[in-house]
Design a protein around this ligand. Structure first.
Ligand code: 1HE
Length: 255
């Protein structure tokens, strides 16, 4: 395993730390492949993962020093390597929470977008410098980011170099939670506990079925929804949770 990334298990949660602070957690091939390996085969005891960055920034994106002269085909393979790795994050076995601080830019934002929930500390800022570097996003941002913030904002960011800071960023949809500095992992652990208490089928449906429904034509989406609902309600966890509510033993909404 690469020493540019560190993993540890706390309770039933996998903590994944980007550990290249001297290069602002810039993502070279070694790091991207390490991310792929970690999310391809998480230990079965792990119920949720949290990914965060060491140092002052979550990630400065693609390691630009590795952006040597590539021809079109090599560029394609490089981009597809990112897609394969980030698909393992989005469509793996465990929900993934990204904890953001400092720069969350370029490929760093693409990594954050592949996670299921984003918690931003107040120092976070978001940008897509690809526009200014004469390149295009290649790590999945054109598919994932418009679903978070809308296409118009992404076009503006790339055309003008616009930077969004933490508070506005949360408002427009980059992150779901905004917390004080150094509070992100604590918040993510709280959320992870809740996520881990869900029926496995519910988490699976949210990670794997919902994105396909969103991309599908309405008729197929509705059918997928019905099939998923039917399977989910038949699971023993669903029956147990329903009984607990009917017996007055379950938490009310908001508790
Ligand atoms: C890097 C990188 C990098 C820093 N690749 N080495 N991403 C970017 O265009 C963002 C470029 N980085 C920055 O704008 C700034 O570094 C930050 C705003 C993120 C942080 O600023 P700061 O003042 O904390 O750090 P720094 O002094 O700029 O950088 C410290 C070191 O990290 C320095 O190396 P050093 O050897 O001179 O100490 C920097 O060169 C190095 N560094 N960022 C390589 N990105 C799948 S396609 C995705 C396409 C993209 O992601 S494009 C966007 C790339």
């Amino acid at each position: 395993m690469s020493n540019l990334i560190e993993t540890s298990i706390q309770d039933q949660f996998l903590l994944v730390k980007l550990n290249r602070p001297e290069k602002r957690n810039a993502l070279n091939d070694e790091l991207v492949l390490a991310i792929e390996a970690i999310f391809t085969n998480p230990s079965p005891e792990v119920k949720c993962a949290i990914i965060y960055g060491e140092g002052q920034h979550f990630s400065a994106g693609l390691d630009l020093s590795a952006l040597r002269e590539r021809n079109a085909v090599e560029g394609l393979h490089h981009s597809r390597m990112w897609h394969k790795a980030l698909d393992k994050v989005q469509f793996g076995k465990i929900p993934v929470i990204a904890v953001l601080h400092g720069a969350c830019v370029g490929g760093g934002l693409e990594l954050a977008s592949a996670c299921h929930i984003r918690v931003a500390e107040k120092s976070t800022f978001y940008a897509l410098p690809e526009g200014q570097r004469g390149i295009f996003v290649g790590g999945g941002a054109s598919v994932r980011l418009p679903k978070l913030i809308g296409m118009a904002r992404m076009i503006d960011m790339m055309m003008t170099g616009r930077v969004y800071y933490a508070e506005e960023g949360e408002r427009v949809g980059f992150a779901q939670y905004l917390v004080e500095e150094n509070e992100g992992v604590k918040k993510a652990l709280e959320l992870a506990k809740r996520i881990a208490s869900n029926a496995p089928m519910t988490n699976y449906a949210l990670m794997h079925v919902l994105p396909r429904i969103v991309d599908a034509p309405q008729e197929q989406g509705l059918l997928m929804e019905s099939l998923t609902a039917a399977i989910a309600q038949d699971a023993p966890e669903a029956k147990k949770a329903l009984n607990e509510f009917l017996e007055g033993k379950a938490k009310k909404v908001g508790q």
